[in-house]
Design a binder for this molecule. Structure first.
Ligand SMILES: [Zn+2]
Length: 110
């Protein structure tokens, strides 16, 4: 094997093939890194061009930054869902209290 500075390195053919494949692999990785750097730079430029905005709390579409919902329909839908979740939470809380009372009464605690 002849090194880049002109020196000859006595090396077995298999070792040379191994070094060559590592070298090719490193070249491929270096090329991929350069391509990804370009991609990152392109995406950074795209991000700069995105106007300030928010996303609708209910459906997720893009809306002006001073609003929380895209439409009154979405706001009503969201409020209904929040109310439903609260009711489910209260139901389970009440059930737990009832079960606890039953447990206390049947075990002679009260
Ligand atoms: Zn929406």
């Amino acid at each position: 094997m002849i090194l880049s500075d002109g020196w000859f390195l006595p090396i077995h053919t298999d070792e040379y093939k191994c070094l060559e494949s590592i070298s090719n692999f490193m070249d491929d990785i270096t090329q991929q890194i350069e391509e990804l750097k370009l991609e990152i730079e392109k995406l950074r430029e795209e991000i700069k061009n995105i106007p300030p905005h928010k996303h609708c709390v209910n459906c997720g579409i893009s809306i002006p930054p001073d609003k929380d919902f895209c439409s009154t329909k979405c706001e009503e839908e969201w409020n209904r869902m929040v109310k439903k979740k609260k009711n489910i939470t209260y139901f389970w809380l009440l059930l737990m209290v009832i079960l606890l009372l039953i447990l206390l009464v049947t075990s002679g605690g009260l």
